[in-house]
Each structure stands twice: as C-alpha cells, then as structure tokens.
Design a binder for this molecule. Structure first.
Ligand SMILES: [Zn+2]
Length: 295
C-alpha cells in the first residue's frame, strides 16, 4: 500500500483536485453541516420526517427525502469489497455485535454483557476487564468518468468474483478517505487518478459499513487490471452492467450518478442502504435507499 502511494505522482494539481501524496487541507466543497443537533441525534430523527433540510454555508440546502428501489428480494452486502484489508467483513447478523471471543489487549476470553452506563452488549475481557469495541468499516473508492465512460473493474477475488465494481476497498489506518480511494484505484486498476469531489456517502448499518465514493479523473489515460481484477473497462452510461455489479452499494452509486447525469451535473448524495439479513450477497437489487439527501 505504502509503495503504491509513493509511486503516485507528487505534482500539485492545477485544477484544485486532490492527488497523492498531498493532504487534504480543506474540504473541496462547502460541506460544513450546520445542524442544531449533533449528527448522532439528528440522523434518527430523519425517520420521522422526509423533508428535513440541512442548511449549508452558502445557502445550499440538503433536502432529505425517502427514495426507494425496493425489489422482491433482500440482500446483504456481505464480504469485503477489496481483499487489500486483512480484516474481512463476514457479518451474518443484523447490525448486532459480532462474536468477539478473545480480548484484543491480552488475548483472554471474553464475556458478552452490557457494561454499566451503556446500552449494547460488549465483549468484556474476563482477565483484564477491558472492552473490545466494534465500529463500522469505511470503504472508499472512485467513480472515474473518462470520455463519457465509467471505469469499472471485474473482480478477481471473492466475494462477487467475476462481477463489476468501482475501484474501492477498505480505508487503511494512517490515510485519509481520498488517499484510500486513490490507492484502491491504483491497486485495482493501475490507474492514477485525481480526486475531484465527494460524490456519495452510503451507510449500510446492517453490516457496519460506510462507503465514501469520490468523483475522480484519470491523470493519464492508462489503466489495466491489478492483482484483484480480471479486467478493467470503460463503460458508456447506457452500457453499465447493472445486472452484473458486485454490491448493492455500487448499484446505488451508479444509479445515482446515472440519474444525475440525465438532468445535469453530479450532486453529492448521502443515504442509508437498508437490506434484510439472510439473503445472498449476489442479490444486489433488493434494498431501500432511505434518508436520501442530496446537495
Ligand atoms: Zn484482556
């Protein structure tokens, strides 16, 4: 990973885009959310109102509404988007605590109880008493449009072997979301890109994942399959293989982009992908996109 970062270009971008190894010094957009409540308190309230508005700094409004692509089957975005992370996600339970049997601090056996002052069961070490907490994983990736086509990678790894995805994978400790997206694009498509703007944040609470997808452009018109890809190809919007995508998150991202492009330029989207547990990861079309906000 680090080697890949070093390989990438270091010249400053003249377009205001972001490319490694430069750090993000300020947000690319005016995404200073002005909310009267902490976000933790605000989000649940969305379930009671489909038309909440969040005010942004320059008079831009985030209008919330419910948007549904509900199909007959449910699915679970199980599995890791990229094998580059040693931590695979294989959750089968609906947003509940995964079974942690051993303490991350001393290796002792754990018990699962609700600690005083908390509301969720935690893995508590029976030897040292420390708690091993679980938190969602961040998945970062790039949506790259080149000559009016979108770059997709056909997965060479499980899950979803042989299906198409945007280049994306787990964010690593020590890197920003944009750096991670650039790195994953390099690893999966041998493509050097500049991040232009955030396009979507999609939460999947059921499996403890949050996707951040950036719009990016190729620094050079070269790409080829990385070790995790069978093939990398540019697809015209009308040719995107919506029935052969690897994950619901990719389906949502590409649909949002497709819809944006039909009416103008891409917006920024936030949404929660809700799916029922117990269905095959290959059933990507069954979900609801709830609390969809766009700006
Ligand atoms: Zn311990």
């Amino acid at each position: 990973m680090l080697r890949a970062i070093q390989i990438l270009g270091s010249s400053p971008s003249s377009s205001g885009c972001f490319s490694l190894p430069h750090k993000l010094k300020k947000p690319h957009s005016n995404f200073s959310l002005i909310s009267r409540k902490p976000i933790e308190a605000t989000v649940p309230n969305l379930s009671r109102a489909h038309s909440l508005a969040f005010q942004f700094r320059q008079g831009c409004f985030f209008r919330a509404f419910q948007m549904s692509y509900h199909h007959s089957e449910s699915t679970l975005d199980g599995g890791s988007p990229s094998s580059s992370s040693s931590t695979s996600i294989a959750i089968q339970s609906a947003g509940s605590t995964r079974k942690i049997n051993f303490c991350q601090w001393c290796g002792g056996p754990t018990k699962h109880e609700i600690p005083d002052g908390e509301e969720k069961a935690r893995a508590i070490c029976t030897h040292c008493g420390k708690i091993t907490y679980e938190n969602p994983k961040m998945v970062v990736g790039c949506l790259i449009e080149h000559e009016n086509k979108i770059l997709l990678c056909k997965r060479k790894i499980q899950p979803s072997y042989g299906l198409w995805t945007l280049p994306a994978g787990y964010m690593e400790i020590g890197e920003s979301a944009a750096e991670g997206a650039i790195r994953e694009t390099w690893e999966e498509a041998n493509a050097e890109v500049e991040v232009q703007s955030p396009f979507a944040q999609l939460d999947i609470p059921l499996i403890g994942q949050t996707y951040i997808i950036f719009l990016a452009k190729l620094k050079r018109p070269h790409f080829s399959p990385g070790p995790e890809s069978l093939e990398c190809r540019l697809f015209a919007l009308e040719d995107i293989p919506f029935d052969s995508l690897a994950f619901s998150s990719m389906l949502v991202t590409l649909k949002l982009y497709f819809e944006d492009k039909k009416v103008g330029r891409p917006k920024f989207h936030y949404g929660i992908i809700n799916k029922r547990p117990g269905t095959s990861p290959s059933e990507i079309h069954a979900y609801t996109l709830d609390h969809h906000l766009k700006c």
